[in-house]
Design a protein around this ligand. Sequence first.
Ligand code: ATP
Ligand code: MG
Length: 401
Amino acid sequence: MQRLIRSEGMVEAWLSNIEKKEELLIREAIKKLTNPNPTKKYRAIYASQYGNKNAEISEIVECAEFDHPNYIALKKLGEGGSGKVFLTRRVIGGEITNVELAAKVFKLNQLHPIIKGERERRELKQLMINEFTKLAYVQHPNILKTFVPEDFHETFLLPMEYMNGGNLEELLNELSSDYMCDIKFLPLLQTMIPGIAEGVDYLHRNGYVLRDLKLKNMLTNQTLKKVKLGDFETITSIEELQTSNRFTIGSNMYAAPELIRGEKATQSSDAYALGACIYYILSREKPSDNGFIATLNRIQDRREYDRILRKRLMKIQQSALQIEEKIEARKNDIGPEEYEILYETAETVSEYVPPLTSILHRLLAFKPDWRTFRNIHSRIQSFQNDYRRAKERNINLVFIP
Ligand SMILES: Nc1ncnc2c1ncn2[C@@H]1O[C@H](COP(=O)(O)OP(=O)(O)OP(=O)(O)O)[C@@H](O)[C@H]1O
Ligand SMILES: [Mg+2]
């Protein structure tokens, strides 16, 4: 374990052990620090040594400026509308431990339109700290583990479990254009979609509305074996939603038709957002304000809405069911090993995608009370059984949602 350094002499000693090229970079970063005391300087050295090896000066500066007695930043993981997220190591009694956590530092003044003065900011901070403290006791395999928030200057920080595989939007971007044959598509189908549904279901059963469900807030690990929902700053209990006039936060790319009309968020609008996430995964469409979901929920007529939705779902289903034929056709162009892998991938895709399109048909339903999403696992399984039986008897099963 290392101690946080608090004297100029020790900072210089550390720097003298570092390669010239890196030392220049760190010295440049140090010049840009506000109030560059030895601890901050050491933080700059530490981030450039143990964090992102290709970090730019600005990132090193940001890590060094994250000057909290209990954490030292290794690298910046990203920045969203509500704050910056760092990968950190926990510092206990001045000693840097090996415990790695992600920590989000909230920008309170940008969080909510009602924030105007000092008193409101303090109130919001307390409200959020209370909410996050309750969430720190939630235990579920598909919910990001968060810890009790800690005061940090004018704001607060939220320590969280670190997920080293990034978010699902990034993962989708990594898929090749022939994505249904991409080996990385399988964990999305088999693990991630059922996993996020389980997580949402769990929070709903505990009386919450999430209000900002999106692919960016779903995190995974490098082996793609886990998926967890994170980012609960908009989560609200049903009672609070009924009494407050906190309006809906969230993005149009995931918003249900009634939210676009200005109604309040409900568990049904969460179900819709979950549907939008599944749609983006199955279609590999990048979430955007002029994509299919946005187009769909601009349609006012219920029948027309359903017709367009079914047409799109049928298309996705067809391509999943034709994937085995496509691979057969390529058999002579590819080696036997690749053929084997692709063939197995194709089989899984054709067993998973059709039931998912049927679930999607329910989740993206026009009317809030038609949206159901419980027991996704068992619904997939029962379709798989039908599918296998039909295949054995050589029946071409088309699963029309
Ligand atoms: N616990 C975590 N482990 C690993 N990466 C994380 C963790 N929490 C957040 N991130 C990453 O940090 C980045 C910023 O996250 P943040 O939640 O602040 O913003 P966002 O989700 O991108 O946008 P928005 O503010 O609109 O929700 C994202 O790329 C996210 O994947
Ligand atoms: Mg987020």
